[in-house]
Design a protein around this ligand. Structure first.
Ligand code: IMP
Ligand code: MG
Length: 183
């Protein structure tokens, strides 16, 4: 009998699984319960910064047991595509006034911190009732600006990770677990 230990969906380029689908679900359920407690009775807007966090947001919002609304943004750095330049351009903006919401950004991974530092600065100028960041993954060793999430589900070392929404050249987003990519 063949025992399949890693379902890589036919992809090559996956070194090893870091966090299984079950481990991710467990952490998301805890995060969802915390959001439900913290924002019960309050207007809550969950925001996904596309594309990397679309899977995280989809699961996180279903772990939230209070009413909430969903928004999408997209941002890209100018210039060099592999190194964050710090000049973040909003390529898709929210479709509503956030001044009446407690806003929670669901992010896939914080690396240099530049993308979220810029997005948070921009959103603060719009005066939400509150602004917090829930990140699926945090790579603190790579930080270039002083930025920390309010809640982080997993901390990762300086590796390139894929799966569960995160890509390498637009591939691997559909893997149900988080893996180290073979670069
Ligand atoms: P930052 O501005 O450097 O914090 O950029 C964060 C963005 O870079 C994330 O939202 C991801 O889209 C991307 N990124 C950083 N590290 C990784 C990784 O290990 N795998 C996949 N994408 C990553
Ligand atoms: Mg991203």
């Amino acid at each position: 009998m063949i025992t399949e230990t890693l379902n890589n969906f036919g992809y090559s380029g996956i070194k090893r699984e870091l966090f299984s689908a079950a481990e991710i679900k467990e952490k998301i359920d805890i995060a969802g319960r915390k959001l439900s407690q913290d924002f019960r009775g309050k207007p809550l807007l969950l925001i996904s910064v596309l594309k990397g966090s679309f899977v995280f947001l989809a699961d996180l919002c279903r772990a939230v047991e209070i009413p909430c609304e969903i928004g999408f943004m997209s941002a890209s750095s100018y210039g060099n595509s592999t190194v964050s330049s710090g000049n973040v351009k909003i390529t898709l903006d929210l479709d509503r006034d956030i001044s009446k919401y407690h806003v929670v950004i669901a992010e896939d991974i914080i690396d240099t911190g530049r993308t979220l530092a810029s997005i948070c600065e921009l959103l603060r100028e719009r005066h939400p009732l509150s602004l917090s960041v829930y990140t699926l993954l945090d790579k603190p060793s790579r930080r270039e600006v002083d930025f920390s999430a309010d809640y982080s589900l997993f901390t990762v070392p300086d590796l390139f990770v894929v799966g569960y929404g995160l890509d390498c050249g637009e591939k691997f987003r559909n893997l149900p677990y988080i893996a180290e990519a073979e670069l």
